[in-house]
Design a binder for this molecule. Structure first.
Ligand SMILES: Nc1ncnc2c1ncn2[C@@H]1O[C@H](COP(=O)(O)OP(=O)(O)OP(=O)(O)O)[C@@H](O)[C@H]1O
Length: 342
Protein backbone atom coordinates (compact mmCIF):
# COMPACT_ATOMS: atom_id res chain seq x y z
CA UNK A 1 0.00 0.00 0.00
CA UNK A 2 1.36 3.43 -0.97
CA UNK A 3 2.29 5.86 1.80
CA UNK A 4 0.35 8.67 0.12
CA UNK A 5 -2.09 8.27 -2.71
CA UNK A 6 -3.89 11.29 -4.18
CA UNK A 7 -6.61 10.53 -6.69
CA UNK A 8 -8.49 13.07 -8.81
CA UNK A 9 -8.16 15.89 -6.29
CA UNK A 10 -10.19 18.99 -7.14
CA UNK A 11 -10.25 22.15 -5.04
CA UNK A 12 -12.32 25.26 -5.58
CA UNK A 13 -11.78 28.61 -3.85
CA UNK A 14 -14.12 31.55 -3.62
CA UNK A 15 -12.81 35.12 -3.75
CA UNK A 16 -14.40 38.54 -4.25
CA UNK A 17 -13.98 38.11 -8.00
CA UNK A 18 -15.66 34.71 -8.24
CA UNK A 19 -14.90 31.02 -7.96
CA UNK A 20 -11.54 29.62 -8.98
CA UNK A 21 -10.99 25.94 -9.75
CA UNK A 22 -7.44 25.88 -8.36
CA UNK A 23 -6.72 22.14 -8.26
CA UNK A 24 -8.03 20.34 -11.28
CA UNK A 25 -7.69 16.55 -10.93
CA UNK A 26 -4.36 15.87 -9.18
CA UNK A 27 -3.03 12.29 -9.13
CA UNK A 28 0.11 11.51 -7.13
CA UNK A 29 1.54 8.43 -5.40
CA UNK A 30 4.37 8.74 -2.88
CA UNK A 31 6.18 5.75 -1.39
CA UNK A 32 8.39 5.67 1.72
CA UNK A 33 11.94 6.82 1.05
CA UNK A 34 10.85 8.98 -1.91
CA UNK A 35 11.47 12.73 -2.00
CA UNK A 36 9.08 14.37 -4.44
CA UNK A 37 9.90 17.84 -5.72
CA UNK A 38 6.70 19.73 -6.53
CA UNK A 39 7.61 22.48 -9.00
CA UNK A 40 5.89 25.02 -11.22
CA UNK A 41 5.44 28.75 -11.56
CA UNK A 42 3.88 30.83 -8.84
CA UNK A 43 0.12 30.32 -8.40
CA UNK A 44 -0.02 26.86 -10.00
CA UNK A 45 -1.33 25.17 -6.82
CA UNK A 46 1.77 23.69 -5.15
CA UNK A 47 1.06 25.05 -1.66
CA UNK A 48 -2.65 24.27 -1.85
CA UNK A 49 -1.82 20.66 -2.73
CA UNK A 50 0.31 20.46 0.45
CA UNK A 51 -2.33 22.20 2.54
CA UNK A 52 -5.05 19.90 1.16
CA UNK A 53 -3.10 16.82 2.31
CA UNK A 54 -2.86 18.16 5.85
CA UNK A 55 -6.46 19.41 5.47
CA UNK A 56 -5.50 22.95 6.33
CA UNK A 57 -7.44 24.67 3.55
CA UNK A 58 -9.99 26.68 5.50
CA UNK A 59 -13.59 26.84 4.36
CA UNK A 60 -14.26 29.57 3.28
CA UNK A 61 -12.42 30.53 1.09
CA UNK A 62 -12.14 26.82 0.22
CA UNK A 63 -15.46 26.00 -1.46
CA UNK A 64 -15.21 22.35 -2.34
CA UNK A 65 -12.66 19.61 -2.23
CA UNK A 66 -13.30 16.29 -3.96
CA UNK A 67 -11.34 13.16 -4.83
CA UNK A 68 -9.34 11.19 -2.32
CA UNK A 69 -6.11 11.57 -0.36
CA UNK A 70 -5.07 8.34 1.35
CA UNK A 71 -2.34 7.96 3.93
CA UNK A 72 -1.61 4.22 3.95
CA UNK A 73 -5.22 3.54 3.04
CA UNK A 74 -6.90 6.08 5.37
CA UNK A 75 -8.83 8.68 3.35
CA UNK A 76 -7.86 12.03 4.89
CA UNK A 77 -10.72 13.87 3.24
CA UNK A 78 -13.28 11.90 5.23
CA UNK A 79 -11.31 11.69 8.53
CA UNK A 80 -12.82 13.50 11.54
CA UNK A 81 -11.17 16.73 12.74
CA UNK A 82 -9.82 15.12 15.99
CA UNK A 83 -8.31 12.34 13.89
CA UNK A 84 -6.71 14.91 11.57
CA UNK A 85 -5.30 16.75 14.59
CA UNK A 86 -3.61 13.60 15.81
CA UNK A 87 -2.33 12.76 12.31
CA UNK A 88 -0.84 16.26 12.01
CA UNK A 89 0.90 15.89 15.37
CA UNK A 90 2.28 12.46 14.56
CA UNK A 91 2.18 10.99 11.08
CA UNK A 92 2.25 14.16 8.95
CA UNK A 93 5.02 16.69 9.62
CA UNK A 94 4.95 20.15 8.06
CA UNK A 95 7.60 22.82 7.51
CA UNK A 96 6.70 26.17 6.02
CA UNK A 97 8.78 28.85 4.39
CA UNK A 98 9.22 31.59 6.91
CA UNK A 99 10.76 30.58 10.25
CA UNK A 100 10.13 34.03 11.74
CA UNK A 101 6.35 33.73 11.53
CA UNK A 102 6.22 30.09 12.61
CA UNK A 103 8.00 30.50 15.94
CA UNK A 104 6.37 32.62 18.64
CA UNK A 105 8.86 35.39 19.56
CA UNK A 106 7.45 35.63 23.10
CA UNK A 107 8.34 32.08 24.16
CA UNK A 108 11.68 30.34 24.53
CA UNK A 109 12.47 27.90 21.72
CA UNK A 110 12.52 25.08 24.28
CA UNK A 111 8.97 25.76 25.52
CA UNK A 112 7.68 25.62 21.94
CA UNK A 113 9.47 22.43 20.97
CA UNK A 114 8.68 20.73 24.30
CA UNK A 115 4.97 21.47 23.72
CA UNK A 116 5.18 19.72 20.36
CA UNK A 117 7.02 16.76 21.93
CA UNK A 118 4.39 16.48 24.70
CA UNK A 119 1.59 16.57 22.12
CA UNK A 120 3.28 13.85 20.04
CA UNK A 121 4.01 11.85 23.22
CA UNK A 122 0.34 12.13 24.21
CA UNK A 123 -0.61 10.52 20.90
CA UNK A 124 2.13 7.87 21.02
CA UNK A 125 3.81 7.33 24.43
CA UNK A 126 6.71 5.44 22.79
CA UNK A 127 7.93 8.79 21.37
CA UNK A 128 8.83 10.06 24.86
CA UNK A 129 10.04 6.64 25.96
CA UNK A 130 8.27 6.82 29.36
CA UNK A 131 5.65 4.41 30.70
CA UNK A 132 1.91 5.13 30.50
CA UNK A 133 1.86 5.80 34.27
CA UNK A 134 4.61 8.44 34.17
CA UNK A 135 3.86 11.65 36.11
CA UNK A 136 3.49 15.00 34.36
CA UNK A 137 6.94 16.12 35.49
CA UNK A 138 8.53 12.87 34.24
CA UNK A 139 6.85 13.34 30.86
CA UNK A 140 8.00 16.97 30.73
CA UNK A 141 11.56 15.96 31.53
CA UNK A 142 11.49 13.26 28.84
CA UNK A 143 10.03 15.77 26.34
CA UNK A 144 12.80 18.26 27.13
CA UNK A 145 15.48 15.59 26.67
CA UNK A 146 13.91 14.55 23.39
CA UNK A 147 13.79 18.19 22.27
CA UNK A 148 17.50 18.63 23.07
CA UNK A 149 18.32 15.43 21.14
CA UNK A 150 16.32 16.62 18.13
CA UNK A 151 17.93 20.09 18.19
CA UNK A 152 21.37 18.45 18.31
CA UNK A 153 20.36 16.14 15.46
CA UNK A 154 19.42 19.05 13.21
CA UNK A 155 22.80 20.63 13.92
CA UNK A 156 22.14 23.21 16.68
CA UNK A 157 25.45 23.43 18.58
CA UNK A 158 25.23 23.30 22.40
CA UNK A 159 21.57 22.32 22.10
CA UNK A 160 21.25 21.79 25.86
CA UNK A 161 22.00 25.50 26.44
CA UNK A 162 20.46 27.01 23.31
CA UNK A 163 17.09 25.39 24.06
CA UNK A 164 16.45 28.13 26.63
CA UNK A 165 17.06 30.99 24.18
CA UNK A 166 14.34 33.04 22.50
CA UNK A 167 13.84 32.78 18.70
CA UNK A 168 15.42 36.22 18.08
CA UNK A 169 18.68 34.85 19.53
CA UNK A 170 18.85 32.34 16.65
CA UNK A 171 19.92 33.05 13.06
CA UNK A 172 17.43 32.44 10.22
CA UNK A 173 19.10 29.12 9.37
CA UNK A 174 18.97 27.98 12.98
CA UNK A 175 15.30 28.93 13.31
CA UNK A 176 14.57 26.86 10.22
CA UNK A 177 16.45 23.95 11.81
CA UNK A 178 14.27 24.36 14.92
CA UNK A 179 11.16 24.10 12.72
CA UNK A 180 12.55 20.98 11.07
CA UNK A 181 13.21 19.51 14.52
CA UNK A 182 9.61 20.33 15.52
CA UNK A 183 8.23 18.76 12.34
CA UNK A 184 10.25 15.58 12.91
CA UNK A 185 9.79 15.13 16.64
CA UNK A 186 6.61 13.07 16.20
CA UNK A 187 8.55 10.75 13.81
CA UNK A 188 6.23 11.51 10.87
CA UNK A 189 5.77 9.09 7.99
CA UNK A 190 5.13 11.96 5.59
CA UNK A 191 6.83 15.35 5.62
CA UNK A 192 5.45 18.30 3.66
CA UNK A 193 8.12 20.98 3.29
CA UNK A 194 6.86 24.14 1.55
CA UNK A 195 9.88 26.13 0.36
CA UNK A 196 11.80 25.30 3.55
CA UNK A 197 15.02 26.99 2.46
CA UNK A 198 13.86 29.89 0.29
CA UNK A 199 14.58 32.52 2.93
CA UNK A 200 18.09 31.22 3.66
CA UNK A 201 21.52 31.87 2.16
CA UNK A 202 22.86 29.19 -0.18
CA UNK A 203 25.31 27.55 2.24
CA UNK A 204 22.68 27.17 4.97
CA UNK A 205 20.24 26.00 2.31
CA UNK A 206 22.68 23.26 1.28
CA UNK A 207 23.16 22.15 4.91
CA UNK A 208 19.42 21.95 5.54
CA UNK A 209 18.74 20.04 2.33
CA UNK A 210 21.54 17.62 3.18
CA UNK A 211 19.97 17.16 6.60
CA UNK A 212 16.56 16.43 5.05
CA UNK A 213 18.15 13.95 2.65
CA UNK A 214 19.96 12.14 5.49
CA UNK A 215 16.80 12.00 7.61
CA UNK A 216 14.91 10.38 4.73
CA UNK A 217 17.65 7.77 4.31
CA UNK A 218 17.63 7.07 8.04
CA UNK A 219 13.89 7.01 8.72
CA UNK A 220 12.44 6.11 5.29
CA UNK A 221 9.80 8.82 5.42
CA UNK A 222 8.15 10.17 2.29
CA UNK A 223 8.68 13.87 1.53
CA UNK A 224 6.87 16.43 -0.59
CA UNK A 225 9.30 19.28 -1.19
CA UNK A 226 7.53 22.30 -2.67
CA UNK A 227 10.07 24.52 -4.38
CA UNK A 228 10.80 26.89 -7.25
CA UNK A 229 14.38 25.70 -7.40
CA UNK A 230 14.94 23.01 -10.03
CA UNK A 231 18.60 22.75 -8.97
CA UNK A 232 17.47 21.69 -5.49
CA UNK A 233 15.17 19.08 -7.05
CA UNK A 234 18.04 17.72 -9.16
CA UNK A 235 20.25 17.52 -6.06
CA UNK A 236 18.05 15.81 -3.48
CA UNK A 237 14.73 14.62 -4.95
CA UNK A 238 14.09 11.13 -6.24
CA UNK A 239 10.94 12.20 -8.12
CA UNK A 240 9.43 15.36 -9.52
CA UNK A 241 5.87 16.52 -10.27
CA UNK A 242 5.60 19.54 -12.55
CA UNK A 243 2.42 21.53 -11.89
CA UNK A 244 0.75 23.98 -14.21
CA UNK A 245 -2.45 25.88 -13.35
CA UNK A 246 -3.82 23.23 -10.99
CA UNK A 247 -2.70 20.09 -12.85
CA UNK A 248 0.33 17.84 -12.72
CA UNK A 249 1.40 17.94 -16.36
CA UNK A 250 4.52 15.77 -16.10
CA UNK A 251 5.85 13.53 -13.34
CA UNK A 252 8.24 10.70 -12.67
CA UNK A 253 11.77 10.00 -11.54
CA UNK A 254 13.99 13.09 -11.54
CA UNK A 255 16.55 11.35 -13.71
CA UNK A 256 13.98 10.43 -16.38
CA UNK A 257 11.98 13.70 -16.40
CA UNK A 258 15.01 16.02 -16.41
CA UNK A 259 16.88 13.97 -19.00
CA UNK A 260 13.93 13.56 -21.30
CA UNK A 261 11.25 16.22 -20.63
CA UNK A 262 8.22 15.67 -22.87
CA UNK A 263 5.84 18.49 -21.98
CA UNK A 264 6.62 21.86 -23.60
CA UNK A 265 6.02 23.50 -20.20
CA UNK A 266 8.65 21.32 -18.51
CA UNK A 267 11.08 22.01 -21.36
CA UNK A 268 10.44 25.76 -20.98
CA UNK A 269 10.82 25.61 -17.20
CA UNK A 270 14.15 23.78 -17.48
CA UNK A 271 15.35 26.28 -20.10
CA UNK A 272 14.55 29.12 -17.67
CA UNK A 273 17.16 27.96 -15.14
CA UNK A 274 20.31 30.09 -15.31
CA UNK A 275 23.62 28.22 -15.25
CA UNK A 276 27.12 29.59 -14.77
CA UNK A 277 28.15 28.23 -18.21
CA UNK A 278 25.51 30.27 -20.09
CA UNK A 279 26.61 33.16 -22.26
CA UNK A 280 25.03 36.58 -21.64
CA UNK A 281 21.58 36.73 -23.25
CA UNK A 282 21.35 32.97 -23.67
CA UNK A 283 18.84 32.48 -20.82
CA UNK A 284 15.32 31.88 -22.13
CA UNK A 285 12.22 32.72 -20.17
CA UNK A 286 8.77 31.25 -20.64
CA UNK A 287 6.66 33.72 -22.61
CA UNK A 288 3.23 34.64 -21.19
CA UNK A 289 1.91 33.94 -17.71
CA UNK A 290 -0.20 31.44 -15.78
CA UNK A 291 -3.92 31.79 -16.73
CA UNK A 292 -6.50 33.38 -14.48
CA UNK A 293 -8.04 30.42 -12.66
CA UNK A 294 -11.38 32.24 -12.42
CA UNK A 295 -11.78 31.66 -16.16
CA UNK A 296 -9.21 29.06 -17.25
CA UNK A 297 -8.79 28.34 -20.96
CA UNK A 298 -10.60 25.22 -22.26
CA UNK A 299 -8.67 21.96 -22.64
CA UNK A 300 -4.98 22.03 -21.79
CA UNK A 301 -4.43 25.11 -19.61
CA UNK A 302 -0.95 25.59 -21.09
CA UNK A 303 -2.28 25.75 -24.69
CA UNK A 304 -2.38 29.60 -24.94
CA UNK A 305 1.39 29.73 -24.18
CA UNK A 306 2.43 26.61 -26.06
CA UNK A 307 4.51 26.96 -29.24
CA UNK A 308 3.40 23.48 -30.36
CA UNK A 309 -0.34 23.97 -29.78
CA UNK A 310 -2.74 21.92 -31.96
CA UNK A 311 -6.51 22.31 -32.43
CA UNK A 312 -7.28 19.27 -30.24
CA UNK A 313 -5.35 20.78 -27.30
CA UNK A 314 -8.23 23.15 -26.60
CA UNK A 315 -10.92 20.46 -26.95
CA UNK A 316 -10.15 18.49 -23.77
CA UNK A 317 -7.47 18.17 -21.10
CA UNK A 318 -5.05 15.55 -22.46
CA UNK A 319 -4.93 12.43 -20.27
CA UNK A 320 -1.71 11.51 -18.51
CA UNK A 321 0.13 8.77 -20.39
CA UNK A 322 3.24 6.74 -19.48
CA UNK A 323 6.07 7.52 -21.88
CA UNK A 324 8.57 5.34 -20.02
CA UNK A 325 8.79 3.51 -16.71
CA UNK A 326 8.37 6.13 -13.92
CA UNK A 327 7.50 8.91 -16.37
CA UNK A 328 4.01 10.28 -17.14
CA UNK A 329 3.02 13.22 -19.30
CA UNK A 330 -0.31 14.94 -19.99
CA UNK A 331 0.26 16.30 -23.50
CA UNK A 332 -0.90 15.29 -26.98
CA UNK A 333 2.74 15.42 -28.13
CA UNK A 334 3.55 12.56 -25.74
CA UNK A 335 0.95 10.18 -27.19
CA UNK A 336 3.24 8.65 -29.88
CA UNK A 337 5.94 8.06 -27.22
CA UNK A 338 3.28 6.44 -25.02
CA UNK A 339 2.31 3.95 -27.75
CA UNK A 340 5.99 3.22 -28.37
CA UNK A 341 6.56 2.70 -24.61
CA UNK A 342 3.51 0.39 -24.44
N1 LIG B 1 -7.32 32.04 0.12
C1 LIG B 1 -7.43 32.04 -1.20
N2 LIG B 1 -8.53 32.52 -1.84
C2 LIG B 1 -8.65 32.50 -3.20
N3 LIG B 1 -7.71 32.00 -4.03
C3 LIG B 1 -6.59 31.53 -3.46
C4 LIG B 1 -6.38 31.51 -2.02
N4 LIG B 1 -5.16 30.95 -1.77
C5 LIG B 1 -4.64 30.65 -2.98
N5 LIG B 1 -5.48 31.00 -3.98
C6 LIG B 1 -5.23 30.84 -5.42
O1 LIG B 1 -4.95 29.47 -5.68
C7 LIG B 1 -3.93 29.36 -6.67
C8 LIG B 1 -2.85 28.42 -6.19
O2 LIG B 1 -2.21 28.98 -5.04
P1 LIG B 1 -0.94 28.29 -4.35
O3 LIG B 1 -0.60 29.12 -3.15
O4 LIG B 1 -1.19 26.84 -4.13
O5 LIG B 1 0.18 28.47 -5.49
P2 LIG B 1 1.71 28.09 -5.45
O6 LIG B 1 1.96 27.27 -6.68
O7 LIG B 1 2.09 27.47 -4.16
O8 LIG B 1 2.40 29.51 -5.61
P3 LIG B 1 3.76 30.08 -4.97
O9 LIG B 1 4.84 29.39 -5.71
O10 LIG B 1 3.69 31.54 -5.27
O11 LIG B 1 3.72 29.77 -3.50
C9 LIG B 1 -3.43 30.77 -6.96
O12 LIG B 1 -3.99 31.19 -8.18
C10 LIG B 1 -3.95 31.58 -5.80
O13 LIG B 1 -4.26 32.90 -6.25
Amino acid sequence: MALLEIRDLHLGMRSFEGEAHVLNGIHLTVERGEIWGIVGETGCGKSLTGLSISRLVSTPPGRYITGSISLEGRNLLTASEPEMQSLRGRRIGMIFQDPTTNLNPAFRVGEQIVDVALHAGGLDPSILGVGAKASRSERKKAARNLAIDMLAKVGIPKAGERIDDYPHQFSGGMRQRVLIAMALIGRPDLLIADEPTTALDVSVQAQILRLLYDLVQEHQLGVLLITHNLGVVAQICTHVAVMYAGNIIESGSVREVFKNPNHPYTTGLLASVPTAKMKRGELQGLPGSVPNLLAPPPGCRFAPRCAAVQPRCTAAIPPSVAVAAHHEVACVLAEPHASAAA
